[in-house]
Design a protein around this ligand. Structure first.
Ligand SMILES: [Zn+2]
Length: 526
């Protein structure tokens, strides 16, 4: 892919009442790696995240905590959600809150537009409503209760009884979009990915869509319908619109045109909202559908799903306090195939930290720079005539850069790491085989020693550039130690699709010392 195109990536907005756990952080890091990669490639990149702040449950918890809903959400945004982004080093360009005026005002415009166009009508609704999910449930979504709820039908997610509600509602004519959606999935096979997610969505839509109740009148913490202020808009209808209200919908058409359509990274539990309801809403409003909806898998801990509702979570700073944010980011992007379920364990994290980061990458960087310092007073020497072993390193680097970019294009983030890691493995093997410490013993081998260390230094340069989106802090330390900022510029300004070009480090550059990138962890993190 060539530089310069637009890449707008979003995460789901955080439901403020949740407690931040590694599931939230996982989605954020994936979107952030994609954003950093594209930014470094020179694409016009924009990453959006934010918070979902309306709804009955938030009103109830605010009241229970003696706060107004606005005070309550302000407190949670500042104390929990913005700090999470710092904890895991997220480089978002924007943070939208569904209580922002830019959101509320333009949700109203969107709704009025749909109402005027005849896509919204008044009806009666009766059904089983789960307050936890804030949605009406189909019978197929309910299961037999256990314990105190034995004999009752309960929400499969919350294990609590549903309420039978009967209300006058406004409805969105979603059923009109059954065939247009199926046609769109057909015409655009990449719209929903991965393939398993796409198949599930198509099967669901093929059964035919019902119209969607989009208003509530039993509480008032939400965005009022512009034509009937006794109703607030259904929270999902409100929340989904963040992706365009943040991008200028309704107030900055130029901005919207430059950013939209987006790539949405979502957990597979909210795939249908994004791949069915959302494009139907956009079609009704005459707005282009998203570029892609990508549903990633569950994180499993001890075999159990990290649930957004059951709060079984591990706080991200439980991990980063010990291992650092780079290791967090690297681990979740490399150990789990993006798009599939994956297991987290402290043992696996510790083992990979030690083997791959400390011994693999960190040690390679520190010993290479130490040898340049010891044998050449820190001055990067010119290479002599290249042997097949030296050329093989340059070939591995060139291939890795191309393969990693192709993997990022198809959102196979784990494959990108695997490709880049071929450089780490090849360089470690090369140094073992070439034995620069042995070459250094005989002045007759000085030319050969220079070639080996030049090759290894050039490989480190490529690693810093390619790993920067994954591990921004460690690679910045390496970049500083390589001392190439004066000649090549800032690390984050290095064109990532050209990382495979050889001979970029100027001969004569004086490298500095490198502190341990991944220090030994003394005690178990448990
Ligand atoms: Zn529920």
């Amino acid at each position: 892919m060539s530089a310069g195109k637009s890449f707008y990536v979003t995460t789901p907005i955080f439901y403020v009442n949740d407690v931040p756990h590694i599931g939230h952080a996982y989605t954020e890091v994936a979107a952030d790696v994609l954003a950093r990669w594209h930014r470094q490639a020179g694409d016009r990149t924009w990453m959006l995240t934010g918070t979902d702040e309306h709804g009955e449950k938030i009103l109830r918890t605010a009241t229970a905590n003696g706060a107004t809903p606005q005070e309550w959400v302000d407190r949670l945004v500042e104390s929990a959600w913005k700090p999470l982004l710092d904890t895991i080093d997220i480089s978002n360009n924007d943070f939208i809150r569904t209580t922002d005026a830019r959101h509320e005002d333009n949700v109203k415009k969107f709704l009025q537009h749909l109402y005027d166009a005849g896509f919204i009508y008044t009806g009666e609704y009766e059904g089983s409503y789960c307050v936890g999910c804030e949605e009406y449930k189909q019978d197929s979504d309910l299961v037999e209760g256990t314990g105190e709820f034995a004999g009752e039908k309960v929400c499969a997610i919350h294990s609590k009884p549903v309420e039978n509600l009967h209300e006058k509602n406004y409805f969105f004519r979603m059923s009109d979009f059954t065939q247009p959606l199926l046609d769109m999935y057909e015409a655009n096979p990449n719209f929903v990915q991965p393939e398993s997610a796409r198949n599930e969505v198509i099967q669901f839509v093929k059964q035919g869509l019902n119209d969607l109740s989009i208003s509530r009148s039993s509480f008032d913490w939400g965005i009022k319908l512009p034509w009937d202020d006794s109703h607030v808009v259904y929270v999902w209808f409100d929340a989904l619109l963040n992706y365009i209200t943040a991008a200028g919908y309704g107030y900055d058409e130029e901005k919207l045109a430059s950013l939209w359509p987006a790539t949405h990274i979502v957990g597979k539990d909210i795939l249908r909202f994004h791949a069915v309801i959302w494009p139907a809403m956009l079609m009704a409003a005459g707005v282009e559908v998203p570029h892609q909806v990508y549903g990633h898998g569950w994180l499993l801990v001890g075999g159990e799903k990290m649930s957004k509702s059951k709060l079984t979570g591990i706080a991200p700073n439980d991990i980063t306090d010990t291992f650092g944010s780079d290791a967090f980011r690297y681990y979740f992007m490399s150990a789990i195939s993006f798009g599939q379920d994956g297991s987290f364990s402290w043992e696996d994290l510790s083992a990979r930290y030690q083997a791959e980061l400390a011994n693999g990458f960190g040690n390679l960087a520190s010993r290479t720079l130490a040898m340049v310092t010891r044998y050449f007073d820190g001055v990067v020497p010119a290479a002599g005539e290249l042997t097949p072993s030296d050329k093989a390193i340059a070939d591995v680097v060139a291939a890795a850069a191309v393969e990693a970019d192709a993997a990022i294009e198809r959102l196979a983030i784990h494959d990108a790491v695997t490709s880049i890691w071929t450089i780490v493995d090849a360089l470690n093997g090369y140094i073992t085989e070439q034995e620069p410490w042995a070459l250094a013993k005989d002045p007759a081998n000085a030319g050969r020693l220079a070639t080996v260390l030049n090759t290894a230094t050039e490989g480190l340069r490529a690693l810093a550039v390619l790993l920067s989106p994954f591990m921004p802090q460690a690679t910045q330390k390496l970049w500083s130690a390589l001392n190439v900022e004066p000649s090549l510029g800032a690390l984050t300004a290095q064109p990532i699709r050209e990382a495979g070009k050889w001979n970029q480090v100027p001969i004569g550059t004086t490298v500095g010392a490198l502190e341990a990138l991944f220090p030994r962890i003394e005690s178990s993190a448990e």
